[in-house]
Write a protein that binds this ligand. Structure first.
Ligand code: DGY
Length: 321
């Protein structure tokens, strides 16, 4: 029997995914699940045929340059890929795959959870029940923002943005969007396109950030853009923390320009800007967008499908470069 290829896996995988991986490959696992330093990553990949990474691994040009020659492919357990320098991978002739589609619904679900949680003050309400500071029902107690029928602006109308729009239509929301390219009518489903992101902002009672991270969108939501939002808007982010200028968002939440925000992703997570922890009007989640058993299994299987294709000499189903 030919020798099985060796895969170096940087983080712990869901059990079902590990079972399939270890059946088909020589798997080098990270049982402790710690986040690896660049040196640990490079050392761990010694003699491996491929690496299976996650968004917590920073595959900069420098790290990719140091990967052992044995490594012939990078598969990431994520749809996002701003943690991998694709140019550097391409220059080294390393194919890179990701895991699109399978996490679209789970992530869109979390966007709606954030919208409702932020608009209806779920964090404050939950805390009041737990710490017994809730005294009685009252006509004016903890009033939130009504979501049904409001305008939702979506920045980035890819798969996840469209899935957020679909859910928002069930709340009778009027959907506006900005995308680099206008969608065909059958995908737009009545959503109103804005050619410039700046023109989208005044229409956002709710703003959902769904564009990819990376240099092009870094700190896209800054003080100037926040100023263009309607007063008392609600902002949610399920994409990447880097799209938001934390200082500007925190200032707008403190001043009351924005009603609230719902955030699942953060710059430098898990070391988030400490200002968020002090604010009552942010609903915070620890990057749970794709965190369901079904979705994480599907992501893992997709990563394995790509590795299988590579080692069988077939085209990668989800090749980035
Ligand atoms: C991804 O796949 O990029 C997500 O952020 C992980 O939930």
């Amino acid at each position: 029997m030919p020798q099985k290829p060796t895969i170096f896996v940087t983080r712990r995988l869901p059990d079902d995914v590990t079972r399939r991986l270890t059946k088909d490959y020589e798997a080098r696992l990270n049982e402790l699940d710690g986040v690896l330093s660049a040196d640990q990553l490079v050392k761990g990949a010694e003699g491996a045929d491929a690496v299976l990474v996650t968004p917590t691994d920073k595959l900069t040009a420098e790290v990719i340059g140091r990967l052992p020659k044995s490594v012939k492919m990078i598969a990431t357990f994520s749809v996002g890929y701003e943690h991998i320098d694709l140019n550097a991978a391409k220059q080294r002739g390393l194919p890179v795959s990701n895991t699109p589609d399978v996490l679209t619904d789970a992530t869109a679900d979390i966007a709606l959870l954030l919208m409702l949680g932020a608009a209806r003050r779920a964090y404050e309400g939950e805390r009041a029940v737990r710490d017994a500071s809730w005294k009685s029902w009252s006509t004016t107690y903890m009033l939130g923002v009504h979501m049904t029928g409001k305008r939702l602006g979506i920045f980035g109308m890819g798969r996840i943005g469209q899935a957020v729009a679909k859910r928002a239509r069930a709340f009778d929301m009027q959907v506006h969007y900005y995308n680099r390219k206008r969608l065909p009518a059958d995908q737009e489903q009545g959503a109103i396109y804005h050619e410039r992101a700046e023109d989208l902002l005044p229409h956002c009672d709710f703003l959902s950030i769904n564009a990819p991270g990376g240099a092009e969108t870094y700190h896209w939501l800054n003080a100037e853009r926040i100023a263009r939002l309607p007063d008392k808007a609600v902002v949610v982010n399920t994409s990447r923390g880097g799209l938001v200028d934390d200082v500007a968002l925190i200032a707008a939440l403190k001043s009351g320009k924005l009603f609230s925000a719902g955030l699942d992703v953060f710059e430098n997570e898990p070391n988030i800007h400490p200002g968020y922890r002090e604010l009552p009007n942010v609903f915070l989640l620890p990057h749970l967008g794709s965190a369901t058993v079904d979705t994480r299994n599907a992501m893992g299987f997709k990563a394995l499908d790509n590795l299988d294709a590579h080692f069988a000499g077939r085209q990668l189903p989800d090749r980035l470069v």
